[in-house]
Design a protein around this ligand. Sequence first.
Ligand code: URA
Length: 246
Amino acid sequence: MERLQKVLAQANIASRRKSEEMILEGRVKVNGKVITELGFKVNKTDDIEVDGKPIKLAEHLYFLLNKPTGFLSTVKDDKGRRTIMDLLEPAHKEIRLYPVGRLDYDTAGLLLLTNDGDFTNHMTHPSYHIEKEYLVRVKGIVIRKKIVELRKGVTIDKNYHAKPKAVRLIELNKDHQSTLLSITLVEGKNKQVRKMIEALGYQVKNLTRVRYDFLTLDGVERGTYRPLKIHEVKKLYAHSIAKRID
Ligand code: URA
């Protein structure tokens, strides 16, 4: 059972706020009866009409996007910058899709998109400890001692102890004076990887999310996306529940 305004928003009738207005204005009927109560709950089998027209409940869609840098992980931007919506096919732009969590404007890689709010809540709830792996190219040579320090955790945001699940050294490039690290996190503070690298005394050259739980970017070119398979969605749900730490 879901609240009527949520169902209207999910069916792409209007935003949640606008849907509430429509209910209060007496424009919405459930099973032939006008409903003006905002807390009213409906289920999938109820007949819902708006302004006398039956609505079709939106099916849930899930996509895996390989985000390029230079795109915001938002639906729109007041300053007119490009957003991930600019990467979608016209038919998908019409669906109210939104990102599951965020990647920075300058971060590339794996980002999930969906119109399923419940799924998003599951994936982004702080008590769910889903692994996210990042490849980070760091300016300069990261010495062994610093990698050990990073593994133990570093302080970010003044007093937060950020401890990665795993840190691997992938490449030391003496010619270009850079280091490639893989960092796996089970939490997602704002700009966490960048802040951790800065706390260590280094700068990030570029950052890519390469894994989200068991999902990788395999077969998905930068700037393109693919639908998730139903078994992948189910597996994410199952993992998020199994990994929940209350
Ligand atoms: N950590 C960051 O610093 N940025 C991201 O976009 C994701 C994780």
